[in-house]
Design a protein around this ligand. Structure first.
Ligand code: SF4
Length: 563
């Protein structure tokens, strides 16, 4: 355990002014204080089918009849989408429907799904939200004794008395929300709670994983709360002169003669990758960035030259933690050790699995280098150990290639800028893809991908992405390279020589990208958490676990060490 700066402890002492808290966020704090923090304080958001359905129901309400001004409650009236705010309560709300009759006003909240079979008529978070509507209307001068839910799934209205006990519980939840917001530190995840199963933020929160790594007692292994694989896939466009546009709910790619090359539903696109001279319309950029779908520009050789991801979620606190950690030599060294030691361990496993023969001398030497890296006393020592391990690894890498293909894949040593043979061209291309994918994941999590801990900042270099990808180079990138050579996916026809350099041609890139996506979709058993998960999900999880470490939630960054 390293001394010095404790991650996440730099930003919780400042006075924080809390703006009015939306009533639906007081609903969330009642469900789970951490959910409230992630969504309202950190502004992290993710959809699941519950949230998508719920939003659709409310959008229909908001698009409905225009709002009628609130009036005297003696004569009947209705008003929709009523916005209220109270400095005294410290909350705001947008009420679906307010009805007045016989001197009384009733707030009505529409909920997706069926009415729950509970004596209170609804679950506690919803009761609290409805009660807040009543309190806001009372403060506006109306008599409010009850509220109603309309459950769209069962087309049923349920009445709730806003009695003193409910008011007291509601005010306690507002106070809880204010204290969580002021503390600026995420509450610990719930332990083995069934609430996490239906929570839209389970993939961001990683409740069981964080609890395990933080040493909290839990009755069983982490649950797989997320689909093991993303359904959304990257859209690669590399056709010279092609243009990406938007048509309805789809991205459309046309060639320079306006012929349609392909169409992809926006919901199925995780990010857009434009390679070489490819255009994208501003309508398409606006559409994808508002959906949080990044666009990456790459040269035809795979060099990442730009990344656009709209406004993101803010995540100021995470970036402040990242900057503070990068300025702390002790913390930097701890992270750098983890990245390098895990990379060496994975290189050793990769060689052991693929050489086909037992090589005790080689594996022992790599194991010793990994152990020394895990306790290296300076960044310089660590870089030296990493260099020695890389030399040993690449001295043996050529032995993994079984299809020499008339000398095309004769590998002697690692070289780059430019790569001077086909194998090095493949390695460089695969590492560029990995940089791009980790940079995209790092941005989605809220990091500044330029600021790393092992790789020092250099203009235009995605240092953080280079850090996190270290451990994944052998098991993701090198694995794809060995596979496309040994399975004869690529041949000498897929490369071109430019001066002293060798690069993939368009057809070769297409083949490698296919193999790349196949590898990222492949599922493995997570060595720490025990469930099946795709490599693409692992890229994102590693970035999220790094964020949890920097925010002080888990004591160590856990590298992804394959077995
Ligand atoms: S996953 Fe569980 S702990 Fe995390 S925010 Fe959701 S309910 Fe709370």
């Amino acid at each position: 355990m390293l001394g010095g700066h404790t991650p996440g402890m730099h930003d919780d002492t400042e006075a924080v002014a809390v703006p009015p808290i939306p009533a639906r966020m007081v609903n969330e704090v009642t469900y789970c204080p951490r959910l409230f923090f992630l969504e309202w304080v950190d502004r992290d958001f993710d959809d699941n089918h519950f949230t998508v359905e719920g939003r659709a129901v409310h959008e229909r309400i908001d698009e409905g009849e225009p709002t009628t001004p609130l009036g005297d409650s003696d004569s009947p009236w209705q008003a929709r989408s009523v916005e209220l705010s109270s400095a005294i309560l410290g909350v705001s709300a947008k009420i679906d429907l307010v009805e007045a009759a016989d001197g009384e006003v009733i707030p009505v909240e529409t909920k997706r799904g069926k009415a729950p079979d509970v004596p209170e008529g609804a679950y506690e978070p919803e009761l609290v939200q409805l009660c807040l509507y009543g309190l806001l209307l009372r403060e506006a001068g109306y008599r409010v004794e009850r509220g109603e839910f309309y459950f769209a799934g069962s087309r049923k209205r349920v009445e709730v008395r806003l009695d003193e006990a409910l008011v007291a519980r509601t005010l306690a939840m507002v106070e809880l929300a204010r204290s969580v917001a002021k503390a600026q530190v995420a509450p610990a995840p719930l332990v083995a709670s069934p609430k996490c199963v239906g929570c839209s933020l389970a993939g961001l929160c990683l409740p069981d994983e964080v609890n395990l790594l933080a040493g909290s007692e839990a009755p069983g292994p982490p649950r797989a709360l997320l689909p093991a694989r993303d359904d959304a896939q990257p859209l690669y466009v590399q056709e010279l002169g092609a243009k990406v546009g938007v048509s309805g709910q789809c991205l459309q790619v046309k060639d320079r003669d306006q012929r349609k090359l392909l169409e992809a539903p926006l919901v199925d696109v995780s990010h857009v990758v434009l390679m070489g001279n490819v255009q994208i319309s501003s309508q398409a950029i606006r559409e994808v960035t508002t959906r949080g779908v990044p666009v990456a520009w790459l040269s035809t050789g795979g060099w990442l030259s730009g990344l656009l991801d709209g406004l993101g979620h803010g995540q100021v606190a995470l970036r402040r933690a990242q900057y503070a950690a990068a300025d702390d030599p002790v913390l930097c060294l701890g992270l750098a050790r983890a990245f390098v030691a895990t990379k060496i361990a994975n290189s050793r496993t990769f060689l052991r699995r693929n050489l086909g023969t037992e090589e005790p001398g080689l594996t022992l030497e790599l194991a010793q280098l990994g152990e020394r890296a895990a306790s290296a006393e300076s960044l310089e020592t660590l870089l030296g150990l990493e260099g020695n391990a890389a030399r040993l690894y690449f001295e043996n890498f050529g032995r993994l290639l079984s299809n020499d293909n008339l000398g095309t894949f004769d590998f002697k040593t690692r070289n780059r800028r430019p790569p001077k043979d086909a194998v090095n061209a493949l390695l460089s291309f695969a590492y560029s893809m990995l940089t791009k994918d980790v940079a995209v994941a790092a941005r989605l999590v809220g990091f500044d991908p330029y600021l790393g801990f092992l790789h020092q900042p250099r203009a235009g270099r995605f240092s953080l992405a280079l850090d996190v990808m270290e451990e994944l180079r052998p098991i993701v990138a090198d694995s794809v390279v060995v596979n496309v050579i040994n399975m004869s996916v690529v041949t000498s026809k897929d490369f071109i020589r430019r001066g002293v350099g060798v690069t993939l041609n368009a057809e070769g890139r297409k083949k490698v990208l296919k193999a790349w996506e196949r590898r990222l979709s492949e599922q493995v058993t997570h060595p720490l958490f025990g469930y099946r998960v795709s490599y693409r999900r692992i890229l994102e999880m590693q970035c999220r676990l790094l964020a949890r470490h920097l925010r002080g939630e888990i004591p160590e960054y856990p590298g992804f060490k394959t077995r």
